[in-house]
Design a protein around this ligand. Structure first.
Ligand SMILES: [Zn+2]
Length: 114
């Protein structure tokens, strides 16, 4: 449950939810959290359809409204973005070799890509 604080309006709670750091999931701190987006970040192209069957390799903490998974898609690698809206929005990027995928995953975590 979202923690309701004294004096919170519905709008303020929703603003925190959309901000990405106060959702229905308790944070176990077991998975990484994204750093803030850098001013000169590289925009990734997000597609609603995966290239192939997917398998999760790594993931970020799902306490955020939007979390990410580093995935293999058949023979290539990519990133799945999950926006925990109702209904959830799921988007994909990638088609990289593992090395290139790891580089983009690191850029995502450090805020150099989104
Ligand atoms: Zn968390």
């Amino acid at each position: 449950m979202t923690r309701r604080r004294e004096g919170d309006s519905g709008e303020r709670i929703m603003a925190r939810l959309l901000d990405g750091y106060d959702t229905d999931y308790a944070c176990t701190d077991l998975a990484p959290h994204l750093g803030p987006r850098q001013a000169r970040y590289r925009p990734l192209h997000w597609d609603p359809v995966p290239r192939d069957r997917t398998r999760v390799v790594r993931y970020t903490c799902c306490c955020a409204a939007t979390y990410y998974e580093f995935i293999s898609m058949g023979g290539s690698y990519g990133i799945r973005k999950i926006v925990q809206s109702d209904p959830p929005q799921v988007l994909y990027t990638g088609g990289w070799t593992r090395d290139v995928g790891e580089l983009w995953w690191m850029r995502l975590l450090t805020g150099e890509a989104r």
